[in-house]
Structure formats: C-alpha cells, structure tokens
Design a protein around this ligand. Structure first.
Ligand SMILES: Cc1cc2nc3c(=O)[nH]c(=O)nc-3n(C[C@H](O)[C@H](O)[C@H](O)COP(=O)(O)OP(=O)(O)OC[C@H]3O[C@@H](n4cnc5c(N)ncnc54)[C@H](O)[C@@H]3O)c2cc1C
Length: 228
C-alpha cells in the first residue's frame, strides 16, 4: 500500500481559522489574516469544542492511493463527501497479468496461499484468452477478482476526513481500509495537527460508540493512536 498526499489547501489551519474568525468578527475580510498562530490555535480548539466543524470543510487534501485491492476501493467510494478518480478497467487492459493483494489471514496458511495464487493465475490466464479472442477489456474484466490491485486519487476535506477516520480507523473496520485510514491520518496529522487533534476511531473521544459490537479494547486503541 502506498499513500501519498499529492496536494492540500495551502496553510490549511490558517484557512480554517480565518473562516471561523469571520463568523465571530464584526471586521471585514482584510482583518481575517491578522490572527497570530497562537490565536489560530485557540480558535480552532474552540470551534472543535463547540462542534462548529463546518469550517473544517475549507481545508482539503488530495491523496494518491495504490497497491490496494478493489475490495478496499468498493468500501472507500461509499464515502460520498469525497471526490474520486480510479484507474479504469475499461481503458486500461491487463494483458500482461494483474497484481493483487493477499490478505494476511490467507498468506499465513501456506496451502491456502498456494490455492489463492493459483486462482489468481487462472483468472489472469482466462483474461488473456478472452482478450486474445477479441473480447474488449470492459468485458474481460468480469473475471478480475476483488483482490486485484487498483489505484485512486481521492480528495476529502478535513471534516469528512475526521468522519472517515472515526469509522475506518476503528477495529471493527475491515483490516485493509483500516490500514489505509490510519496511514492517511498519520500523514495529514503532520501537515495540520490542530485540524486532526483527537482524530481517529470513536473511542478516542470517550466511550466506544460501537455498543455490543465493541472490540472491547478501547484502552489499547487509544494508546495506538496516541503514538501515531
Ligand atoms: C464497520 C463497517 C461496516 C459496514 N458494513 C456495511 C455493510 O455491511 N453493507 C453496506 O452496504 N455498507 C456497510 N458499511 C458502509 C456504511 O454503511 C457507509 O456507507 C460508509 O461507512 C460511509 O459512511 P457515511 O454514509 O457515514 O459517510 P459519507 O458518505 O462519508 O457521508 C458523511 C456524512 O454525510 C452525511 N450524508 C452523506 N450523504 C447523505 C445523504 N444522502 N443523506 C443524508 N446525510 C448524508 C451523513 O451524516 C454521513 O455520515 C460499513 C461501514 C463500516 C465502517
């Protein structure tokens, strides 16, 4: 899995603080820039505490994601407050085979891993035969599995990213999207630590919101994200 922050709003914390300042200030736009870093920090802490998180929408992050499965991307694109561009299986043909992910639970069992790899090779061979027979890539792709690799460019604003982390950094989330969400959080925290303070699974902010479905390991999860 390779996660790259391709671009983000310049000075994302500054921009969010300016938007928040506007809401509470009698001054004009020109006065918004005057905030010192400490004033910005206090203002962002205040809007977080108030739940006035719509101002976080002014900061967005564009992220390159590769070396992930189609099983992951199916889940990722369910997040509707985001923009996605995904490598096409119509316009990109995989005539020389395709790469794929092997889940750790399968990789750990030699016999299962062998069977899995054989199935992937059989899918690639079938794909090749279909293509050689003149079947277009858009139809040949029907034999490609959920484990096949894909790549995407995704843009999310900071508010949606926090929501995404809440759901997908949780131990209840599937392992691959959890790994992705955690890596994105690690990277965006370096760029905008104030915007992503306390970001992560729901149990960072208090009791686990998962109820009966809780992993029961909130203390360990909190330690994991404190060190991120
Ligand atoms: C552990 C886990 C298990 C899951 N299992 C399944 C499953 O078995 N089957 C399945 O189909 N999905 C499953 N999902 C996906 C889940 O149902 C959501 O589609 C996905 O998490 C996106 O979340 P969202 O809708 O909150 O967020 P986003 O699409 O990112 O939207 C963010 C927020 O915007 C608001 N919003 C967005 N669109 C609308 C709208 N049209 N109307 C009103 N408010 C809106 C909501 O407040 C929403 O929370 C699972 C997710 C998780 C984390």
């Amino acid at each position: 899995m390779l996660v790259t922050i391709l671009a983000h709003t310049p000075e994302p914390e500054r921009v969010v603080a300016m938007a928040a300042r506007l809401c509470y200030s009698p001054e004009g736009i020109a006065a918004l820039r005057t905030g010192e870093p400490e004033a910005d920090r206090q203002l962002i802490a205040k809007i977080m505490a108030l739940g006035h998180v719509s101002v976080l929408e002014h900061a967005s992050f564009t992220i390159g994601i590769e070396g992930v499965s189609r099983a992951l991307s199916h889940q990722l694109v369910r997040h509707r407050i985001a923009s996605f561009s995904q490598q096409s299986q119509r316009y990109v043909a995989f005539d020389r085979g395709f790469s794929y992910q092997v889940p750790p639970s399968i990789a750990a069992e030699e016999e299962l891993a062998r069977e899995y790899r054989q199935l992937m090779a059989a899918a690639a061979a079938c794909y090749g035969r279909l293509r050689a027979a003149g079947v277009p890539a858009e139809d040949a792709r029907f034999v490609l599995p959920n484990g096949a690799d894909t790549r995407l460019v995704m843009t999310m604003n900071a508010r949606e990213l926090r929501h995404f982390f809440r759901l997908r950094c949780c131990r209840r989330a599937q392992w691959e999207i959890r790994r992705l969400a955690t890596e994105i959080l690690r990277q965006v925290k370096k760029i905008a630590p104030l915007l992503f303070e306390q970001a992560g699974p729901g149990c960072l902010a208090g009791a686990c919101p998962e109820g009966e479905m809780s992993c029961g390991e909130a203390a360990a999860v909190r330690r994991e994200f404190a060190d991120l």
